[in-house]
Structure formats: C-alpha cells, structure tokens
Ligand binder design. Structure first.
Ligand SMILES: O=P(O)(O)OC[C@H]1O[C@H](OP(=O)(O)OP(=O)(O)O)[C@H](O)[C@@H]1O
Ligand SMILES: NC(=O)CC[C@H](N)C(=O)O
Ligand SMILES: [Mg+2]
Length: 509
C-alpha cells in the first residue's frame, strides 16, 4: 500500500474501511526507528534523505517515508517496505523542496501498516508540520485522551502523531513554532528523538534523558556563498553516507532550530538527566556509528576483551554470531589468545531476525540467515560470542547447527548481561514472558540453548567499558530500573494502543 500525498490534503485515506479492518499482531515485538532531516536549499533533499535512510535501514524495516517542504507545500511519500522498495528515482524526483524529513519505522506504539508509517503530517494555523519520531511515549494513552477531548482527529494509532497534534494544538492556540513545540514536549513523557519540518525551519529534538540518539552534521558548501546545510540523523552512519561532517549530538532536553539563518539551540527543559540507551551501544546501532566519542566497533571490541577476562574458557577457536556479535568476538579472541575464525556465514540479503514481526518469521529467518562452515568447526572446541540473548531463539538454533557441523564443545559468551526486562522506550525486547532470562537462571538458559557453558558480561563490566559515567546510561532492560516511570496499564498493554482504544472506535469527526 502507498500513501503518496501533496499537502494540504484530504486525509480521508487514513479512515478507509480496509485500513481500519487490518488488525495488529498481538505478538509483535517492539524496537527503534531511524529518523533523518536535511535543510539544504541548493540540494536534492529527497535523494540525500533517501541515502540517509538507506544507512539507517537497520533501525526499522517495516515502512519508510520522506516529506519535503517547498515553502508551505509538503510532499509526502510513505509506504510499507524497505527504503529501496519504497522509493524509486521517479518518486524521489517528485519530492522537491528545500528541506526533507525522513523515517524508517519499526512499529512500537501502533500496528505495522501504512497509515501508521511516518513522517506524520498534520495541519496547523501556521502551515503543515511533518514529524519523524524514534522512541516511545509512556504517557501515550493520557495524551491521546487529552487530544480527543480537544476534538482532534486521530488518524493513526501512533504516539508520534500525538506529538505532532500536541504541537498543532499549541500553535493553533496562538503560539509560534518554537514556543508551541516546547509546550508540547512538556506534555510528553518517555523517549523521543525527533526531526520536525515546518514551513519556516527544521527542528531536531531529544527528550530530557536523551534515551535515543540524534546527531547533527553539516554538508560541505558547494560554493562559498552557499548557506550552511544541516543534517540530522539517528546515527553518524546516516551522515557519512552523504558526505556530511559530524558536528555534535543533539543534547538531552535540547531543541535545535535550523533555518536560513543557521542553527539556534534551545534547552527546552532544565530537568535533564542523560540516560542514553546502552542497548544502542551493545547491539542496535551500527558499529561504524560514533557514540560517546568513539565508534561502537571500538566499544564492542572492548567489551569482548572484558568478557574474555571475566569468563575465560579453554577452546580451539572463537567465532561470532554475525553481524553484531563480530566486534566482541574479535575482542574476546585478542584478550584470550584463542584464534578468531569465521564459523557461520551470513546470507547478506537477510535482515535482522531480532526485529521481524512474528516468532514464526524469526525462526525461519535464522535458517535462512546463517550457515555453519563444517571444515572450520569439525572436531573443534568452539567459543561462540554474541552481543545479546533476548528470546534465545537465535542461540538455540545456532548451537544445534554448530554441533551438527562437528563442533565437539560449544561455549557461549555474551557481551551483555541477561536481558530480564522489556523496553518501553522504543527497542524491541519484547514482553517479559518472552525474555528467556526473565524466568530462567544462567544454568537453565545454558541447558535450554544446549551449550556446554554459558557466561554473560557483568553489568559493571558493560558500563565500565563505556569509559563514561555509568549513571549516564539507561540499562533498564538488564535491571528493571526505568529512568522514566512506566505506568502499570502501559506496562500491561506494552503500549499497544489498539489494545487500549481499538481503532474502530477512534473519533474521526
Ligand atoms: O535471543 P534472540 O531473541 O534470538 O535475539 C538475539 C539475537 O538477535 C540479534 O541479532 P539479529 O539477528 O537481530 O541481528 P544482527 O545480524 O545485527 O546480529 C542479536 O545480535 C542476537 O544475535
Ligand atoms: N520504534 C520507534 O521508535 C517507533 C516510533 C513510534 N513509537 C511508532 O510506533 O511509530
Ligand atoms: Mg545477532
């Protein structure tokens, strides 16, 4: 399905019976998204955004969208699928403008369907705004009630549309873009890294804890007279791909406002406590992205070394679970002196299994994805390194495949602590009952996945090796210590707004 629009528009497409009839899969996991924005009047902003989203594809694989601004006019194309499936050159050539906002989605608050794809575009007194959101609001049900009371029409079941409508409400009540947006952010609780387009400028925003990442870059000026061209991206890999230079992170509780005049920074709240999601560093973000002033490849190598020191074992080879287990396996090999080998070959055309919508898809995804190398493994005592065990689906299958390929012993080492709690801030760590470490101890997990031994990195080791203040990270998935309190009904519903308020009952008048 496609949603291709020129705004101002008739948004009635979103209310069609066929869309409303689509139901959400109740076992659908949670995760993160990729956001992007570019303000570059002399450039082909849609194509730049396409490449930026291409680099951020790992953050969300369900749908993608780009909205471009040409003065007051907004052009929007969003569709289900991967970035390369959603956009073609003819589509991109129609997305003209001086600024673009882009999104790759992995649904969390609303179901996976085109109406919920982003950017969310809403009309306001001052013109349209387009918003791309990474994260999750933990007060989404309350915000939704407030917006319904204000007679707003909710066309989607995402918390992201609610942020856009909250800004619209403030603006419609007489505020300007900045004042209105800041008032709206004070109504939001949870995780939100946002890129927002308006007819006059582009915003980059992080919540007071900066749970999800967001970086600022600049594009080189084609001519000395060109204005500075700014880029916003979830990760630095989204800057690299278009030749943009990394400037800095958007800070927790900061709003950057990018216009023809340049970039202005506003600290929209004084109540900031940095809590970057440590799971971004462990697994989610790309290893070539820079966080906390170094590539995640370097951090992941270091935790692999730490793991070797914390949990040594005698063996013949160290192998990784590709892709995200590779840096830690190299680190483990370096620190232990046990040779690193490739024992599993990944079909590079298969995506991330962790973030596929259903258990059935995840199971078949693994079979399609990894094939053991028999001549490397036969007769060997193997140390298998992965970055995380979440449900245990991946490890169980791999361990069996390694033994079938002739490995005599399989010792698993994991470069993060046991995942015991779900994430409510935008990464897929599923319901607690599906997290293998929520109900089983390490010995039971070892038994279930069929390894000879199993060890995890300690929580202290994971945080020490960041070489930053350990208090600056959210590690709730390992501890249950949530930096933004999660209301009980939200914990129970896992922010499935369809469960809280079925779409069929949404007021559209
Ligand atoms: O315990 P499970 O629920 O099976 O999930 C854990 C696995 O999922 C992730 O990899 P994924 O295959 O998603 O992506 P990757 O190729 O980037 O490692 C992670 O790196 C683990 O390998
Ligand atoms: N994973 C995310 O960051 C998703 C953003 C938003 N909560 C949605 O469901 O669309
Ligand atoms: Mg993996």
């Amino acid at each position: 399905m496609t949603s291709d629009q020129l705004f101002p528009v008739d948004q009635s497409f979103a209310q069609s019976a066929s869309l409303l009839a689509e139901s959400t899969a109740s076992d659908k996991p949670e995760e993160a998204c990729g956001v992007f924005g570019v303000f570059a009047p002399e450039e082909d902003v849609a194509t730049l955004t396409y490449f930026g989203l291409y680099a951020l594809q790992h953050r969300g694989q369900e749908s993608a969208g780009i909205a471009t601004f040409d003065g007051d006019r907004v052009r929007l194309h969003k569709e289900m699928g991967l970035v390369s499936q959603v956009f073609s050159e003819p589509v991109l050539s129609k997305l003209t403008g001086t600024m673009a906002i882009g999104h790759t989605r992995y649904s969390t608050t609303g179901s996976s369907r085109v109406v919920n794809a982003q950017p969310a575009v809403v009309e306001t007194r001052l013109g349209n705004l387009a918003l791309a959101h990474n994260g999750n609001l933990v007060n989404a049900p309350d915000l939704r009630e407030d917006l319904l009371k204000s007679n707003f029409t909710l066309l989607t079941t995402t918390d992201s549309e609610m942020i856009a409508l909250a800004i619209a409400e403030e603006v419609n009540n007489g505020k300007g873009w900045l004042e209105g947006a800041i008032s709206a952010f004070h109504r939001c609780q949870g995780a939100f890294s946002l890129t927002i387009g308006t007819p006059t400028g582009m915003m980059g925003v992080r919540d007071p804890n900066g749970i999800r990442p967001l970086v600022i870059g600049t594009l080189p000026q084609a001519k000395p007279t060109d204005s500075l061209r700014y880029v916003l991206a979830s990760e630095t890999c989204g800057l690299d791909i278009i030749g943009a230079d990394y400037v800095r992170d958007v800070e927790p509780g900061e709003l950057v406002w990018i216009t023809e005049e340049g970039l202005a920074s506003f600290h929209w709240t004084k109540e900031t406590t940095p809590k970057l999601c440590i799971f971004e560093m462990i697994y989610f973000a790309r290893p070539d992205s820079v966080m906390q002033a170094e590539s995640l490849y370097s951090y992941r190598m270091r935790i692999g070394r730490r793991l070797a020191i914390e949990s040594p074992i005698d063996a013949d080879i160290v192998i990784a679970v590709p892709d995200s287990g590779i840096p830690a396996a190299i680190g483990y090999s370096q620190a232990s002196g046990i040779p690193y080998a490739e024992g599993l070959i990944k079909n590079r055309y298969v995506g991330r299994t962790f973030i596929q919508p259903t258990q059935t898809m995840r199971e078949s995804g693994i079979k399609m994805k990894l094939n053991p190398l028999k001549d490397v493994l036969a007769g060997k005592r193997v140390i298998l390194v992965d970055d995380s065990i979440v449900r245990g689906t991946t490890s169980r299958k791999i361990v069996k495949a390694l033994r079938d390929a002739g490995a005599t012993e399989v010792h698993m080492r994991v470069s993060s602590p046991p995942v015991t709690h779900p994430c409510f801030y935008g990464i897929d760590t599923d319901n607690q009952d599906q997290l293998i470490a929520a109900t089983k101890d390490v010995a039971e997990i070892a038994d279930q996945i069929g390894v000879d031994s199993l060890s995890y990195l300690t929580w202290e080791g994971m945080l020490d090796e960041t070489r930053h203040d350990p208090n600056n990270f959210c590690s709730a998935c390992f501890t249950g210590d949530y930096p933004v309190p999660v209301p009980e009904p939200v914990k129970r519903s896992k922010l499935r707004l369809e469960a809280i308020a079925p779409l069929e009952t949404v007021t559209t008048g």
